[in-house]
Structure formats: structure tokens, C-alpha cells
Write a protein that binds this ligand. Structure first.
Ligand code: NI
Length: 387
């Protein structure tokens, strides 16, 4: 193929992928409801004669390129959207009221589709197989465990995943060895007390005072419990109690999240949190229900694959950068409990953060990300097959 042909071919692939991303963006679907999204991806893979594995998945799918045996490398994308009313102002704005691709999973899926197409073009020379995950339900943290349960990752030598990052400049790929994202846990506290007339507090057991004690005491979970070198966050994000001015209510309800980077700190915070809540319950003679919902663990990058992926970014015409860990959550972490892998942030240089109603992705990052993923998978296969 001449250079001119190759440029023309890339040019049409760029247009095709951009149009596909805009289509996904217009029709976003929430976690585990990605039926039309899955059908759209399946249709495009069929056009390029890319096989799809027969797996017991309701939404999401796994494509495969390469020989039917040999070493296996996995690329992961996600496909679900968020319950947010879009205010981005793009032409291809969401046509599903109250649902928006505000985390750019439309970008990830389109980039992965592009990688699958590029890998298909050189299928005969691939020293093994590449599986491309179009994973459902990342936002609930359940998509990755569901996919692992199908056995789609069995025998793989490594897995690579990406997330767009508006805070990094366009063309930059950020990653690091070790923890990259935080473990995400959610807590709920229900205080059951005795309500009374506001003028006669001695007849009751004010849950608002108890909530105040809890709110104050949990501030010490990080500052006086977690090791100073180990970052963590505790945020109480909802407090509800009472309904009028002259009644002390009989209950209060609090909710929030804990973010941590090491398993030991994660366990320490949960244990101390329970002790503080139960201690306050005893001190105020109230009954408190403490509900802890463990979410995805921290994304912990394999040092060798992280370095390999950063080097490949430079080799693929992008610019690698070692970044700080970020307290966002990402269920890619579950894959890394099964096999070594690396997660990379793809710079898009956009003004609004992830999950913001005005969030946008820069389409200029799309094709370079596809090419990067395809080249990364090819290089990883060459490495594990010793070629
Ligand atoms: Ni996301």
C-alpha cells in the first residue's frame, strides 16, 4: 500500500469512528441496559468480519482477533452511560432524556472498535490473539466481575484498559506503576432514636445531635488513623432528618463514600468507622445501623506492564507521562486481581470533569487511541510470545 493509500484509509477510518462515537453518544444507555449499544457494536464488528465470542452476557460483548490459539492479550473498553441530563451543547447531544455519556464510555468503545479494526487488518501476522472487551455496567462496579465469570479472560497474559482524562493535555497518555485509582466504598448510617417535642428534649434522644457527633468524629478516620503517607478520603454527602421546626425527629440518615489506595488502609477505615459509630450509639443510648457496601478495589498497575504501556505511548506518537494516583473508582481493578495489567489515562484537554453535565470528549484523541491500543496489543503479544 502506498503512503497515500494508507493516509486515505486512515482518514476514512477516523471519519467512521468519529461518526460511530457520535451515534453512541446520541443513544446512551444506563448500566446493564446497554442492549442497543451492544447491538450497534456487534453490527460494526460483523461489517469487518471480526468474530464475537459466544458468552452468556446480557449486554456487552467480547471480540477476538488473531489465530485461534497462541498467547492472549486483552484490551478493555466500557460502554455504559450515566443518569445525567446532558448540557454539553454538542450537535450529537443525547436523545435519551436524563441519560448521558458523561464519562466518555462512548469514546472508549469507539476507540476499542478502531483497535479491533486495525488489528483485523494485520490478523495474519499477529503472534497470538487479542480479545477486545466491550464491557457493560462499569458505573455500578459489577460489569467486570460479570465478565470475569464468563471465563473470557482465562489464560490471558495481560490486560490493558484506558480512560479519557479531560485534565491531561491532548496527546498525553498518563499512567504509573502501582495504585492508580482508589478503592470505592459506600456507607449508609441510620440513627434510630426517640423523637419528642422540641421544647422537651429531655423526653427523647435527639438523632440530629448524634448525627453531628458522627459527622465530627469520622473526620479523624484519616487524620488520626490512616498512615500519613497513604492517601484516603471520607466524604459524607447526604444528611437527612426532621420535617418541621418544633419537633425533634426520631431518626436521621447519613450517606457517603470512602476512597482509599491500599488494602490495609481500606480495612482499617472500615473497622475504625464501625467502632466510632457503635461507640457513639452506646454513648447516646441510640440504635444505629451501619451499612458498608464495598465497591471496586484500587486499580493497581503491574509495574512491568505499566512501563511497557507508557513506552508504547511514545512509540505510537503520543507522549507518555507518569501521573499521580486519582481518587476516582474504576472496576478495571477486578481484572487485575485475575491477571497482570495496566490502566492508562488518555488526555483530551477538555474543560469539564468526568460526570459533569457539560462534559465533552475531544474527537481528535479517538484515532490515536485506537492506533495506540492496537500497537500496544501487538507489542505485548510479541513480548509474551518471545518474537
Ligand atoms: Ni468512566
Amino acid at each position: 500500500m502506498s503512503t497515500q493509500d494508507s493516509i486515505l484509509q486512515h482518514d476514512s477510518l477516523i471519519k467512521y469512528l468519529t461518526a460511530f462515537r457520535h451515534e453512541l453518544h446520541r443513544f446512551p444507555e444506563l448500566s446493564n441496559q446497554e442492549h442497543a449499544t451492544t447491538a450497534r457494536i456487534r453490527e460494526q464488528l460483523a461489517k469487518y468480519d471480526i468474530r464475537v465470542l459466544d458468552l452468556p452476557l446480557t449486554t456487552g460483548l467480547v471480540a477476538e482477533v488473531g489465530a485461534s490459539d497462541g498467547p492472549l492479550i486483552v484490551l478493555r473498553s466500557d460502554i455504559d452511560a450515566l443518569p445525567i441530563e446532558e448540557q454539553s451543547g454538542v450537535e450529537y447531544v443525547s436523545e435519551h432524556p436524563g441519560v448521558m455519556h458523561a464519562c466518555g464510555h462512548d469514546f472508549h468503545a469507539s476507540a476499542a472498535l478502531g483497535a479491533a479494526i486495525l488489528l483485523k487488518q494485520q490478523e495474519a501476522s499477529l503472534p497470538g490473539r487479542v480479545r477486545i472487551l466491550f464491557q457493560a455496567a462499569e458505573e455500578t462496579g459489577q460489569g467486570a466481575p460479570d465478565l470475569i465469570a464468563t471465563g473470557a479472560l482465562d489464560g490471558a497474559a495481560g490486560i490493558f484498559g484506558i480512560h479519557n482524562d479531560p485534565t491531561l493535555p491532548l496527546g498525553v497518555v498518563g499512567s504509573k506503576a502501582g495504585p492508580l485509582t482508589a478503592a470505592v466504598d459506600r456507607f449508609e448510617i441510620k440513627i434510630n432514636a426517640v423523637g419528642t417535642h422540641a421544647a422537651r428534649p429531655h423526653d427523647g434522644n435527639d438523632p440530629i445531635i448524634i448525627a453531628g457527633q458522627i459527622i465530627g468524629a469520622v473526620q479523624t478516620l484519616i487524620s488520626r488513623n490512616a498512615p500519613s503517607g497513604d492517601n484516603a478520603v471520607v466524604s459524607i454527602t447526604q444528611v437527612h432528618s426532621g420535617s418541621t421546626w418544633n419537633v425533634i425527629p426520631d431518626s436521621a440518615w447519613l450517606e457517603g463514600t470512602v476512597r482509599s489506595f491500599s488494602q490495609s488502609t481500606r480495612e482499617l477505615i472500615e473497622r475504625r468507622f464501625r467502632q466510632i459509630v457503635q461507640g457513639i450509639a452506646a454513648a447516646f443510648d441510640a440504635q444505629i445501623d451501619f451499612n458498608w457496601q464495598a465497591g471496586p478495589p484500587s486499580v493497581v498497575n503491574d509495574a512491568e506492564w505499566a512501563e511497557f504501556a507508557l513506552k508504547q505511548a511514545d512509540a505510537s506518537g503520543l507522549q507518555s507521562r507518569v501521573v499521580e494516583a486519582s481518587p476516582i473508582g474504576e472496576d478495571f481493578a477486578f481484572y487485575q486481581q485475575q491477571l497482570p495489567g495496566a490502566f492508562m489515562m488518555i488526555g483530551t484537554g477538555e474543560p469539564y470533569p468526568l460526570h459533569h453535565p457539560a462534559f465533552r470528549v475531544n474527537d481528535a484523541a479517538l484515532f490515536p487511541t485506537s492506533r495506540y491500543l492496537a500497537e500496544l496489543a501487538t507489542a505485548a503479544l510479541a513480548k509474551v510470545s518471545g518474537k
